[in-house]
Design a protein around this ligand. Sequence first.
Ligand code: HEM
Ligand code: HEM
Length: 162
Amino acid sequence: MSDSLRYSRKHMFLHWIIALLVAVQFFFAENMGAAFDAKLETASGGWTTGAAFHAILGASIGLLMLWRLMIRRTTDIPPPPAHAPDLIRTVSRATHWLFYAILIAMPVAGAIAWFSKLEWMAEVHDVTGKVLIALIVLHIAGAAYHHFIGGDKSVIHRMIPR
Ligand code: HEM
Ligand code: HEM
């Protein structure tokens, strides 16, 4: 497969490292939920190891996404797979941009919720987290569709180094 049909190596690296960090973030997120409840309910509540881990990892994901957005806007990406119907292209583009929006907005909402003890902002953070899970399911289903059903096995290789 020619290089012009793949994302750049830097972009691939960021794609997979961020996917991994997001999985870790979800796996341990409950610790932050518990620390936030303690902070709201008790005078002694505040930073715990779990809360600090969540905040640092979450901020790192946001910064990596900003870097990735800059790369995305200044370098060429491969053209959409040939033969993909318009609807699939639109859904896939929308999914990709929503990923950028959510993964940049979530750390901001989380930080505001934590530092200002704003419950409605925590609600925004929670709901965007659920939307993020739905997007991930849709995204992986899309990749699996191209690979196993649509018959276009090249799609997944756009994001996998040789
Ligand atoms: C992209 C990055 C982030 C993701 C994917 C993420 C994800 C999550 C998830 C899934 C929860 C729910 C935990 C539970 O089960 O109770 C949560 C809670 C929380 N997160 Fe994050 N988080 C991110 C960044 C941050 C950052 C940078 C902060 C800043 C301190 C933060 C602060 C909070 C707070 C205060 C809560 C508890 C309140 C709530 O349930 O919304 N998060 N986060
Ligand atoms: C098994 C898991 C995953 C697979 C197989 C996968 C596969 C892919 C592939 C093949 C592309 C390129 C699509 C195209 O050519 O248009 C892509 C793009 C993308 N993926 Fe994933 N992905 C996975 C997980 C994730 C996760 C967890 C996230 C978010 C946290 C994510 C975010 C993105 C974004 C934002 C793009 C668009 C890149 C851009 O155009 O800038 N992916 N993914």
